[in-house]
Ligand binder design. Structure first.
Ligand SMILES: C[S@@+](CC[C@H](N)C(=O)[O-])C[C@H]1O[C@@H](n2cnc3c(N)ncnc32)[C@H](O)[C@@H]1O
Length: 296
């Protein structure tokens, strides 16, 4: 496994420390380096915003009732709209971001949410991912958009980003926290945020109340090589690192129509039924959490 550093990394990067620290992280990086699921690529080609996350909101009612009546492209456009709506909602919770602020997209994928943040706030955005192919793809997109230097992607580990202390006003994770230890992650975010800075997370987590990991949650873990955390772990790790939650939004209901549509689409991957089962039986939630950093 190569751990090539881009020129931008050498300036502020964690000089001697490798990006990938464990066999597990190498396997996650390999997964994302090789990932070419049409559900991500074809949706991104709709308008050039490439997401690796799920959607929220109501699809067109006629399409939801009978997707078979519509051609594949129309269904793909609709799913992409719901995925973009998810990222828009995440950005709504970042608070008052000014053009002079800096933002961090931790686990940035192909960069869709970063470009949306840049467009909305005018702020500089840095994204980090442990997938070299994703970082190259997203930096190519930044160049094509004339945004190189304003939106930059780095081959770095979000547990140890190498950015200076207190250098960001906002940080988000859009479906990335299930790959890491939350105490380590929020410890790094506490170092990176300035006092009063905002962290926003959208994630799947399992339900402590229903007791442990259900078979469907285990299935999702195996499919994505991730390690889904219980809901409680988010709040424990946030509190331990001086983060005070201000919003918790249960997006489980709003994401189910997306999964129903996706399960009948030409780009279904086979993971749709475990998601639908887990959400409907209540063993799994789709949560947005926003929290302010109040450490020193
Ligand atoms: C499901 S994708 C989400 C991508 C993006 N946030 C989005 O919404 O499109 C998960 C991402 O987490 C990244 N990732 C996983 N573990 C990481 C780590 N330790 N450091 C940085 N990125 C990581 C992967 O490389 C991948 O880009």
């Amino acid at each position: 496994m190569t751990t090539t550093h881009h020129a931008a990394d050498r300036a502020v990067g964690p000089a001697a420390r490798p990006v990938l620290r464990s066999a597990y992280q190498r396997s996650v990086a390999a997964y994302w380096n090789n990932e070419k699921d049409p559900v991500n690529i074809r949706l991104g080609e709709v308008d050039g915003l490439f997401h690796h996350h799920y959607g929220i909101g109501e699809p067109d009612p006629a399409m939801a009732a009978d997707p078979g009546q519509f051609d594949d492209d129309a269904v793909i456009v609709e799913m992409h709209r719901l995925e973009t709506a998810q990222a828009d909602l995440l950005l709504d919770y970042l608070g008052d971001i000014r053009p002079e602020d800096r933002l961090l997209d931790a686990g940035s994928g192909r960069g869709g949410t970063s470009f949306m943040a840049r467009q909305r706030f005018g702020a500089r955005v840095d994204g980090v991912s442990i997938s070299e192919t994703q970082v190259e793809f997203a930096n190519d997109q930044a160049r094509e958009r004339g945004l190189a230097g304003e939106v930059s992607f780095h081959l770095r580990n979000m547990l140890d980003t190498g950015f200076p202390d207190a250098s960001f006003q906002g940080i988000w994770t859009n479906e990335t926290t299930m790959y890491v230890d939350l105490h380590q992650l929020f410890g790094e975010f506490a170092r990176l945020l300035s006092y009063g800075g905002r962290y926003v997370c959208i994630t799947g987590c399992y339900n402590d109340v229903s007791g442990g990991r259900s078979p469907s949650v285990r299935h999702i873990d195996q499919h994505y090589r991730c390690d889904i955390h219980p809901r409680s772990e988010y709040f424990r790790a946030l509190t331990a690192n001086n983060f005070v939650p201000i919003n918790v939004v249960d997006l489980t209901g709003p994401t189910i129509p997306y999964w129903e549509l996706r399960s009948k689409s030409a780009v279904a991957t086979g993971i749709e039924e475990p998601f639908l089962t887990a959400y409907r039986e209540g063993s799994f939630h789709y949560l947005l959490i926003a929290a302010d950093y109040i450490g020193g």
